[in-house]
Design a protein around this ligand. Structure first.
Ligand code: NA7
Length: 548
C-alpha cells in the first residue's frame, strides 16, 4: 500500500516505539540525512510536532481508512489531538480533484500488522494495584538528527476526568475523514467495536439469499483481549494467518440462505448475543429468551421475537439453541418444571445445546429430550466475543446427523466452520474441553512468563515484542500479551468459564486416567485469579494471579 502512496498524501506514519502519527508525505529536505535504503522510504512531515523523518514504506498507511486502527482514545500523548485537528483541517482544505484521486487510491486500506497498532503503546495501567513499570528508554528518547517527532509520541497524558473523578472517553463526532471514508467505501458491515445493533435493518423474511459483508479485520483497543483461538482482527492476512482463514478481506461476503424453520435461542450472554445477531442479520426468524429479560429488548427491536420461558420458546420454534454459563444453568433451563425446555418438547422438536458443560449432563439432557420424542444435538463453539460477533466461530457438533444438517444455515451464519464429530452426544464436549484446556494452559504460561519478566526487571513491552517475533507469534500470544501489557481485561472469554473448562477437562482426564500435570497447575492459577475477584474479567487477567 505504502508504495502506491505519493507526495502530498495524508498518512499515518509509524516509527519504532512511537504510536502511528498523522503526517503527510512531502518532498525530502536536503538538510535531513537520507537513509541508505531511501528508495523504500517516504519523507514524512508530522502534524502537531511539525518534525520530519524518513519512514519505511511498510509503516506508512493512508490516513483515510486507517483512523479506527490508529486513533488513540485513551492515554493520548501530548500533541496527538492537535495533530489530528491539523490533518482533519488539511482534509477539509483539500481541492476536490486531489481528494477524488486520493479516495480512489486509498479506498482499499491494507490490514495493519498487530504490532503496529497504536494500542500497543498504551501500556500504563488504570488499575490501582498495577505495579509501576519502568519506561522504555531506547529509540523513543533518541534525538532528532533524522527528524523524528521527538516532542510528541512518547508523552503520555491521562484522559480528562469527569466530575466524579472517573476517566471519560471523548465523545466522537464524524470527522471529515470519516465522512469521506463512509462515502468512499459504503460498507454496511459491523465491527466488534460498534454497537452490535448498529447495522441491523428491519427484520428480513427467510428464504432468500442474504449477502453479508464481513466486518473489517482490525483491532480496536477493546479487542486487545480478542479470543486468540480463532484468528485476530487486524492481523496481517499473510498465508497461515488464522485471520485469513477466518474472514478474509472486508470486501468478501458470506452468502447464507436462511432456513425457513423457526429458530429459538436461549441465553443472551457474551456468546449468545453475537450468535443471535448473526442469525438475525442473515434473515433467520429467531425467538429469544434470557433469564434477565431486559437483555432481550434490543434483539426484539432488531427483529427477534420474545419467548416468556424456555418452554414457550421450544413450543414456538422448530429448533432451539441454548448457550448459557454452565451445568447449573443448563439444568435449570432444561429441567425446571412447567417452564423448562423439557416441558415444551414434543415429537420432532429439536434442541441444540451449545454451552460448555460436563459430559454427564450432556448425556442426561440428550436422553431426556429423546425420551419425549425430541431430537438432540450438542454444538459447543470455539471462539469468544469477537468471533461470535463476526460470525467466525468454530462449531463442534455431535448427536443427530439430520439435525446437524438442518442447522446448516444457522451454523453458516454464526461460524466459519462446523464439524460433525459423530452421533455420540459427548464427542463434541470432549473436543471442546481439550481445546480449551490447551488454551488455558498456554495463557497461564504466558501470564507466568510475563510476571517473572517483571520481577527480574525486564520491560514487558520488550517481552511482548520478542514473543511476537519468533515461533510463538500467534494470535493467542500476541493478543493476550497485549492485554496483559495494557492491563485491559474486558471479558472476551470470561476467566471463570476458562477455569470451569479446566475443571471439567481434569474430570475427564480422571475418567480415562490421563495425567494432566500442566492443566492441573494452570487450574490452580485460574482458581487463584477467581479468588482475587477476576472471575468475570478476561482470561488474560490470570496474570494478576501469577504476579500477585
Ligand atoms: P456469559 O456471558 O457469562 O453469559 C451467561 C449466560 O448464561 C447469560 O445469558 C446468563 O443469564 C445465563 N445464565 C447463567 N446462569 C443461569 C441460570 N441459572 N439459568 C438461566 N440462565 C443462566 O457466558 P458466555 O456467553 O460467554 O458463555 C456461554 C457458554 O459458552 C459458556 O458455557 C462458555 O463456557 C461457552 P443472565 O443474563 O445472567 O440472566
Amino acid at each position: 500500500m505504502a508504495a502506491k502512496l505519493q507526495i502530498g498524501d495524508l498518512v499515518w506514519a509509524k516509527m519504532k516505539s512511537f504510536p502511528a502519527w498523522p503526517g503527510k508525505i512531502v518532498e525530502s529536505n536536503p538538510d535531513i540525512k537520507k537513509p541508505k535504503n531511501v528508495k523504500n522510504q517516504h519523507f514524512i512531515f508530522f502534524f502537531g510536532s511539525e518534525n520530519f523523518a524518513w519512514i519505511p514504506f511498510e509503516t506508512v498507511y493512508p490516513y483515510i481508512g486507517n483512523k479506527e486502527k490508529f486513533l488513540l482514545t485513551t492515554r493520548i500523548p501530548r500533541g496527538f489531538k492537535e495533530a489530528i485537528d491539523a490533518i482533519e483541517d488539511a482534509i477539509k482544505n483539500m481541492p476536490e480533484e486531489a481528494m477524488a484521486d486520493y479516495q480512489q487510491r486509498m479506498s482499499r486500506p491494507d490490514p495493519v500488522p498487530e504490532e503496529l497498532n497504536n494500542s500497543v503503546e498504551s501500556a500504563d495501567s488504570d488499575s490501582p494495584d498495577k505495579p509501576k513499570r519502568k519506561k522504555r528508554s531506547r529509540e523513543s528518547d533518541r534525538g532528532t538528527e533524522d527528524g523524528t517527532p521527538k516532542k510528541t509520541p512518547r508523552l503520555k497524558s491521562k484522559s480528562p476526568p469527569d466530575s466524579s473523578g472517573k476517566k471519560v472517553r471523548p465523545v466522537k463526532s464524524l470527522t471529515p475523514s470519516e465522512k469521506i471514508l463512509k462515502r468512499a467505501k459504503m460498507t454496511a458491515s459491523s465491527s466488534p467495536s460498534q454497537n452490535i445493533f448498529s447495522s441491523f435493518s428491519a427484520k428480513k423474511s427467510p428464504g432468500k439469499i442474504r449477502e453479508r459483508k464481513l466486518p473489517e479485520l482490525r483491532v480496536s483497543e477493546s479487542d486487545l483481549s480478542y479470543d486468540p483461538s480463532l484468528g485476530a482482527p487486524g492481523m496481517p492476512l499473510s498465508s497461515g494467518s488464522l485471520a485469513s482463514e477466518a474472514g478474509g478481506t472486508p470486501s468478501q461476503v458470506k452468502s447464507v440462505i436462511p432456513t425457513p424453520m423457526r429458530i429459538g435461542f436461549l441465553g443472551l450472554g457474551i456468546m449468545g448475543q453475537g450468535m443471535v445477531m448473526n442469525l438475525l442479520r442473515s434473515g433467520h426468524e429467531v425467538t429469544v429468551w434470557n433469564r434477565t429479560a431486559q437483555k432481550c429488548r434490543d434483539f426484539v427491536k432488531a427483529g427477534a421475537l420474545k419467548g416468556n420461558s424456555p418452554c414457550e420458546v421450544v413450543q414456538q420454534c422448530d429448533i432451539t439453541f441454548c448457550c448459557v454459563a454452565d451445568t447449573t444453568a443448563v439444568k435449570d433451563i432444561v429441567f425446571t418444571t412447567n417452564t423448562g425446555v423439557l416441558h415444551g418438547i414434543t415429537a420432532g422438536k429439536c434442541f441444540v445445546e451449545m454451552s460448555t458443560i460436563d459430559e454427564e449432563t450432556v448425556q442426561d439432557v440428550a436422553e431426556a429430550i429423546q425420551a419425549r420424542g425430541g431430537v438432540y444435538l450438542e454444538a459447543p463453539v470455539v471462539g469468544s466475543r469477537v468471533p461470535a460477533l463476526e460470525g467466525q466461530l468454530t462449531i463442534l457438533a455431535s448427536g443427530d446427523r439430520k439435525l446437524f444438517d438442518d442447522c446448516f444455515s444457522c451454523f453458516e451464519a454464526i461460524g466459519k466452520k462446523s464439524l460433525y464429530l459423530g452421533s455420540d452426544p459427548g464427542a463434541a464436549t470432549r473436543m471442546k474441553l481439550i481445546i480449551n484446556m490447551v488454551m488455558g494452559t498456554v495463557v497461564a504460561s504466558l501470564a507466568e512468563g510475563m510476571a517473572m519478566a517483571e520481577k527480574v526487571g525486564l520491560d514487558l513491552e520488550d517481552v511482548a515484542e520478542v514473543l511476537s517475533l519468533g515461533s510463538l507469534r500467534c494470535p493467542a500470544i500476541i493478543h493476550k500479551s497485549q492485554a496483559i501489557l495494557n492491563q485491559k481485561y474486558d471479558p472476551h472469554f470470561p476467566l471463570q468459564h476458562q477455569q470451569k473448562d479446566l475443571r471439567l477437562a481434569l474430570q475427564l482426564g480422571d475418567k480415562v486416567e490421563q495425567p494432566l500435570y500442566i492443566a492441573a497447575a494452570a487450574n490452580e492459577l485460574y482458581k487463584k485469579a477467581r479468588r482475587l475477584g477476576y472471575g468475570e474479567s478476561d482470561i488474560s487477567a490470570v496474570f494478576r494471579a501469577a504476579s500477585n
